[in-house]
Design a protein around this ligand. Structure first.
Ligand SMILES: [Zn+2]
Length: 273
């Protein structure tokens, strides 16, 4: 393939919500794996990929009701943020759901024309016996899961079983670990293949110290997932995008001066780690 045939996409991270600034550090690590005092707030993102005549949204985020119920700080309705980036939710044809947790799949109905890409394992996990257990279902909202089931009956889900290239330069990889069928997305950009790791690791620190975030379905898969993501990024840390790390917004350049909560991941970071 000559260079002009290699697809290059623009990739945006859109920060739509955050937590209390005083969120204690230990809430972000597996029990016993962090004994420091101090605060470690967490940000919530959706992502968008555009180029080659396509616009693809990765995860939908949540709205006001979930923010209130779970005491999160909603900075923007996720669809407002997309519109600020020039993306009209009604026109989006493809949404990748990395998994079905409330903060990733809380806005399914915001994309009435889209097909949704989901792993078989994630649908099985979110609709099967594991949801009987309160600690496994806590990050899910029943309403989001039933909406996903309605999409199945409307033939609007594209199921994936493992790793798949869904468009030239856009690949999905099943990681699991954090949820039954968590998938990450790898996107070709001018600066290399960017890995949107979603909740394979919430913070870079989870990956670097091999100290997982405490919401885990399969700990072994989660630990293997750190290795897998690093390999997928060719071991370049600047190509690895954590799912909830406030550093993402601080390190990458803003889309423009009016939109500090939207950053360009297809450009090199402007600050070092
Ligand atoms: Zn999650």
């Amino acid at each position: 393939m000559t260079d002009y045939q290699v697809p290059h996409y623009e990739v945006l991270a859109l920060r739509y919500a955050t937590t209390d600034l005083n969120r204690p550090r230990h809430e972000n690590f597996f029990p016993g794996m962090d004994l420091h005092d101090g605060a470690m707030p967490l940000d919530y993102f959706t992502w968008a990929i555009r180029g080659e005549g396509r616009v693809i949204v990765v995860d939908t985020g949540f709205g006001e009701a979930a923010a209130k119920a779970r005491k999160r700080i909603l900075l923007h309705e996720p669809t407002d943020l997309l519109r600020r980036a020039g993306i009209e939710p009604n026109d989006v044809t493809d949404v990748i759901l990395t998994h079905l947790h409330y903060d990733h799949a809380g806005g399914i109905s915001d994309f009435p024309k889209a097909r949704f890409h989901l792993q078989d394992d994630e649908m099985r996990f979110a609709t099967g016996r594991n949801m009987r257990h309160s600690c496994l279902r806590a990050p899910f909202e029943c309403r989001d899961v039933t909406q996903a089931v309605e999409l199945v009956f409307a033939d609007r889900i594209v199921f994936h079983d493992g790793d798949e290239t869904i468009f030239p330069g856009i690949e999905l990889f099943r990681i699991g670990g954090h949820s039954g069928g968590l998938q990450v997305v790898r996107v070709a950009t001018k600066r290399g293949k960017v890995v949107l790791a979603s909740d394979a690791f919430h913070f870079n620190e989870n990956r670097l110290r091999r100290a997982p975030f405490p919401i885990v379905y399969h700990l072994g898969e989660m630990l293997e997932g750190f290795d897998r993501c690093e390999r997928l990024a060719g071991n370049d840390p600047d190509l690895l995008i954590p799912g909830h790390d406030p550093e993402v917004r601080l390190r990458w350049p803003a889309l423009d001066a009016d939109n500090p909560d939207i950053v360009r991941l297809d450009l090199p970071p402007t600050k070092n780690e």
